[in-house]
Design a binder for this molecule. Structure first.
Ligand SMILES: N[C@@H](CCC(=O)N[C@@H](CS)C(=O)NCC(=O)O)C(=O)O
Length: 211
């Protein structure tokens, strides 16, 4: 499989972790977001949203949207399950994922930040405030769920999609120097995940396109 990815893209990072956890071989095809390669005609025929990641299957078919890719991998490669079987447990894991993938990531994405500083003429300092504000609002909610449900990882002692979403989002929060000291459960889960090979080799620093 080919994964269209950018080293710093947290949505691509999610998919890299899942592929690694499931021991699936894949090749990275870098798409340089700062050079706007996601906007080229060639790439947008693969991903009409002009975003990474996109996963190209062995048969040439393409899946876009990181959560749809995770869902495909879960169904197609059920060994090493990354979601609980119990319906309630699964719903809790998805609640955690959605706090990140629906409530946080889309409003702190590159194109949103570019729109703030470009069209809306927001200063860099205000952009930073925007970024930190939405991390803090949403991490406060996530921390409450982790207080109840976390063990070694976000949901008990098994790795789930919740960890796959959390670790890249924390990487981004750190990049924007957001203070996370009030989130001890988030920090505990990050520390535990960062010991696992699948997470380590998915990290931005380990990518072929790392700068
Ligand atoms: N909902 C999408 C979000 C993808 C996304 O926003 N990707 C970012 C990188 S993390 C991107 O390609 N940004 C390019 C841009 O904003 O122009 C997914 O989960 O795949």
């Amino acid at each position: 499989m080919n994964l269209y990815s950018y080293f710093r893209s947290s949505a691509s990072y999610r998919v890299r972790i899942a592929l690694n956890l499931k021991n699936l071989p894949y090749q990275i095809i870098p798409v340089h977001l700062v050079k706007s390669e996601q906007l080229t005609e060639d790439y947008s025929t693969k991903n009409p949203s002009k975003l990474v990641p996109s996963l190209e299957l062995d048969n040439g078919k393409i899946i876009t949207q990181s959560m749809a890719i995770l869902d495909y991998l879960e169904n197609e490669y059920p060994a090493t399950p990354l979601l609980p079987n119990n319906h309630y447990d699964r719903a809790i894991v998805l609640s955690m994922c959605n706090i990140i993938a629906c409530d946080t990531h889309p409003i702190n994405n590159l194109r949103v930040l570019k729109y703030l500083t470009g069209e809306l003429k927001v200063s860099d300092e205000q952009k930073q405030d925007w970024y930190a504000h939405w991390i803090l609002v949403n991490f406060t909610a996530l921390e409450e769920l982790l207080k109840v449900h976390s063990g070694q990882y976000s949901f008990g002692d098994e790795i789930t999609w919740a960890d796959i979403c959390l670790i890249p989002q924390v990487y981004n929060a750190n990049r924007f120097k957001v203070d996370l000291t009030n989130f001890p459960n988030i920090l505990k889960v990050v520390e535990n995940c960062q010991k696992i090979e699948a997470f380590i080799i998915a990290s931005p620093e380990k990518q072929v396109d790392f700068e």
